[in-house]
Design a protein around this ligand. Structure first.
Ligand SMILES: [Zn+2]
Length: 174
């Protein structure tokens, strides 16, 4: 996992290389990055969904990235997941409506149930098309870092050396 200081990300001081895919950035996007709910927060669901939501919202850390590198693969992943998500949602809705219309028949309840499952799958795909999900970056629990779970080595290299690896300044003897 790669940790970028939150201040650096907020200021947009990142090389024009996609952190996740290592490809040159097509554009530098303004992104609102948030932290994941802490693992222990899941236990709060026992107390009720609203308690969970309130605690998670209160603990949530946000970093507004001024210029996050966004590459061709990011763009393709986003439109693919959004396309699949919306397509599957439409299919789920159709099954749901047909299920309700034929609820008295044998297949009706089955179609209704299937429609619900397909709708959930569609929501999952649509959620994966969100900018942050595609970028694969999350704010750390303390809010001090932006963490990239699977950084591309080319991004790490660009980060280390600036935009391009510097040429050696000393003469080379071979
Ligand atoms: Zn990318």
């Amino acid at each position: 996992m790669l940790q970028l200081p939150a201040g650096q990300v907020a200021a947009g001081h990142l090389p024009p290389v996609c952190p996740r895919h290592g490809e040159p950035a097509l554009e530098m996007k303004k992104l609102r990055l948030i932290s994941k709910p802490p693992p222990w927060a899941a236990f709060l669901i026992i107390l009720g969904g609203i308690v969970y939501v309130i605690v998670v919202m209160a603990l949530r850390k946000t970093v507004n990235a001024a210029a996050w590198p966004w590459c061709a693969t990011c763009k393709a992943n986003r439109s693919r997941n959004l396309g699949i998500g919306l397509g599957v949602l439409a299919l789920g809705l159709l099954l749901f409506v047909v299920g309700i219309a034929t609820i008295d028949g044998d297949a009706g309840p089955m179609l209704l149930l299937l429609g619900l499952v397909v709708l959930i799958v569609g929501i999952v795909f649509a959620a994966r098309s969100g900018y942050q999900a595609v970028a694969g970056a999350f704010v750390s629990q303390d809010g001090n870092f932006v963490e990239v779970a699977k950084p591309d080595p080319r991004f790490q290299q660009a980060l280390q050396y600036g935009q391009a690896p510097p040429q050696p300044q000393y003469p080379q003897y071979r």
